[in-house]
Design a protein around this ligand. Structure first.
Ligand code: RNT
Ligand code: ZN
Length: 420
């Protein structure tokens, strides 16, 4: 299928005129969209497996066994390049420490930037930014599912070293790419059943974090963010690093915060939290995920959660100031397709937000005319942002509309489908 670029152009010209009636310049909106970086989570490409090859329990639950999983760095990077060919956005790539390609026989607690040389060289060459996570999971040193909050000192020491090493690596990634590298800390630590002494575990976590964050880094190179969550499989009753825990720790200690859209009660929204945390915390990362009934990490699609989140970020003038990354994993469909769907959904939500006639909405609200605020909100939902998005894609030389399904099929036939 090929969409006539003449139609794309005409649709755009008409959309531009409609938006102009509401005081919006769509050319400027597209320029602004180009400046917002979306970080792609490398772990969708190999089902959160990593390259260390240890047969251990993984605290991230991935379902499905679609053929073609990337088995090494070369394949994973090629697949990410392919996913980016479907997106007109600016990108970063989020690496986890268990994607190290080490020659020196080092491990999680001793990795250095050298072990990520392939990733760094590749990112530099393609002008991608990099973000980093220490993988505090899927490792023999996990102790009853715990790492930084483990009651066992030796376990905590190991993971504190891993945390410190991660910050050095992130700083080097920031230096090498010339773009800040966000270092995200998420630990699965928690308990299946009710604890008696919650404070004891939280005390261990605080002590570990204090040690990890002792050293100060240039915020132009790297910033740290803490990612809490409500529960996980096997930690239903208690997660040490809850949202409140990290929010308070971050505010008091000048560390950043990560909010994952799958990590809250089902009717709670990150949209509402954004104006709170950005008021008191300098560095905020959004992990955009889609929880279906629970933190299921479904592929991100263009739904109310996504559009409201980007609209809120735009209204608060946070686009380009907060960090935005995707975080989900689905192994039941083509993995590059899963990336493409999420990237394009984020791109559409971004364009829709940037084209929103926000000034008119604010005016209605400020004048106390809530009827008009509701009328405008509803009418603006169906403004022709899709025509702007299509033009953005066409202008960037990436597929328009469903064209990319054909290209994905070709890549599957030529590349991923041949992997055993
Ligand atoms: C897990 C967190 C975390 C992970 C990645 C792999 O619930 O969302 O961000 O998905 O670190
Ligand atoms: Zn996350």
């Amino acid at each position: 299928m090929k969409i006539d670029r003449d139609i794309v152009q005409k649709n755009y010209d008409n959309a531009k005129r409609v938006y102009a009636l509401y005081g919006v310049d769509t050319d400027k909106a597209v320029e602004a969209a180009k400046r917002v970086k979306i970080s792609l989570h490398c772990w969708q490409g190999d089902d959160v497996t990593g390259f260390e090859g240890a047969a251990v329990a993984n605290q991230n639950v991935v379902t499905g066994n679609y053929p073609g999983r990337a088995r090494n760095g070369g394949e994973l990077r090629a697949d990410i390049d392919k996913a980016f060919s479907f997106s007109p956005l600016s990108h970063k790539v989020n690496i986890h420490s268990f994607y190290a390609e080490t020659k020196a026989g080092r491990g999680r607690d001793t990795y250095t930037a050298e072990d990520f040389k392939n990733w760094i060289d590749w990112a530099k060459e393609r002008k991608y930014g990099l973000d980093f996570n220490v993988s505090f999971f899927a490792h023999p040193m996990m102790n009853d599912g715990m790492s930084l909050a483990s009651p066992d000192k030796r376990t905590r020491d190991f993971w504190v070293d891993a945390g410190k090493a991660g910050r050095e690596i992130a700083a080097e990634m920031g230096r090498a790419t010339g773009q800040v590298c966000v270092n995200d800390v998420w630990v699965p630590d928690g308990l299946k059943d009710n604890p008696i002494d919650r404070a004891r575990f939280r005390g261990y976590l605080t002590e570990s974090l204090d040690r990890i964050f002792e050293k100060k880094f240039d915020p132009k190179l790297t910033v740290d963010v803490l990612e809490g969550k409500l529960f996980g499989i096997g930690t239903e009753c208690f997660v040490v690093g809850s949202h409140e825990y990290y929010m308070m720790y971050a505010a008091r200690n000048g560390v950043g915060l990560c909010m994952d859209t799958g990590h809250y009660l089902p009717t709670e929204t990150v949209t509402d939290k954004l104006s709170v945390v950005t008021r008191y915390i300098d560095n905020v990362l959004l992990h955009i995920s889609r929880g279906v009934r629970w933190d299921s990490d479904h592929v991100v699609i263009l739904d109310d959660m996504l559009t409201s989140l980007f609209a809120e970020a735009k209204r608060l003038d946070l686009l380009g100031k907060i960090h935005i990354g995707l975080d989900y994993f689905d192994a039941s469909i083509n993995r590059i397709g899963a990336w493409g769907v999420g990237l394009r959904a984020a791109g559409k939500a971004l364009v829709a937000a940037l084209c929103e006639p926000t000034a008119l909405l604010k005016k209605a609200e400020e004048s106390g005319n809530y009827t008009e605020r509701l009328i405008l909100s509803e009418e603006f939902k169906t403004l022709p942002f899709a025509a702007v998005w299509d033009m953005f894609c066409a202008g960037a030389g990436v597929p328009v509309g469903a064209e990319w399904a054909d290209e994905l099929r070709r890549y599957e036939a030529d590349v991923t489908g041949k992997r055993k």
